[in-house]
Design a protein around this ligand. Sequence first.
Ligand SMILES: Nc1ncnc2c1ncn2[C@@H]1O[C@H](COP(=O)(O)OP(=O)(O)OP(=O)(O)O)[C@@H](O)[C@H]1O
Length: 271
Amino acid sequence: MSVQSSGEDTRGAELLRLEAVTVRFGGIVALDGVSFSVRRGQICALIGPNGAGKSTLFNCLSRLYACNSGAIWLEGQAVTHVPRHRMAAMGIGRTFQNLAMFASMTVRENVLIGCHTRHHAGFARSALRLPGAKRREAEAQAKAQQLLDWLELTPHADKLVGDLPFGTQKRVELARALATEPKLLLLDEPACGLNHEELDKLSELIRSIRDRMGITVLLVEHHMGLVMGLSDHVVALNFGKKIAEGTPAEVRAHPEVIRAYLGAEAEEAMA
Ligand SMILES: Nc1ncnc2c1ncn2[C@@H]1O[C@H](COP(=O)(O)OP(=O)(O)OP(=O)(O)O)[C@@H](O)[C@H]1O
């Protein structure tokens, strides 16, 4: 798998910035003035108890939800009002907690959809047999094959996604998200539903997505072992507000985080 080359070393520069993002559902404030940044090349985790606002934040980043106020920038460009279907082309790819794929299509077809999503004109050009369509189709096929090999999906390439075990389906969804060539990959609970063996491989895989493909990762995850061992930066939410951010060690020791997860007694016990 090739490393993305930007021509200059931009690692460490700000890739994503959220400023005072607020989302309300009727009387519920799901996100309340949340601000933070993700730097290029980081693996950043978003944590918080159930209902903290993590999924709402992901849905804002992929434009499934609109912000009531605040702003989101990717590489300094405002994406707060970019239409949903343009987000992949802007460079934000994602996976979903409950998977979102075409179950009655094959693994290869699903990954090819990712390739064509990135190069928006792919389908139309192919259908109209416009010049270059054949070459682009061959490139998409090659890229899909590269991803299938890398994610050990080649033996399943011609099977229907719906017939595969959950862990394998999760890898297909990841392959499809990677096929869109994102700058920022949003992983929604990647550890959820995986067995021990699959969990062991997951950290390694996410690290290699960052290191070998040059993709910045923002993940929502409840599995604290995975978050603490993998992340460079952690942002903690509770009741829609950011309560802490920093290194895994800093966030784990933060009194507000301890209180959010374990209750006030735990904090008193640790004092
Ligand atoms: N579409 C919606 N309509 C109404 N309320 C919503 C909607 N989506 C989220 N909420 C509410 O917003 C708050 C934040 O929910 P959200 O799903 O973002 O939390 P979360 O941190 O992802 O939780 P979990 O870890 O359980 O997935 C909750 O009170 C939730 O009930």
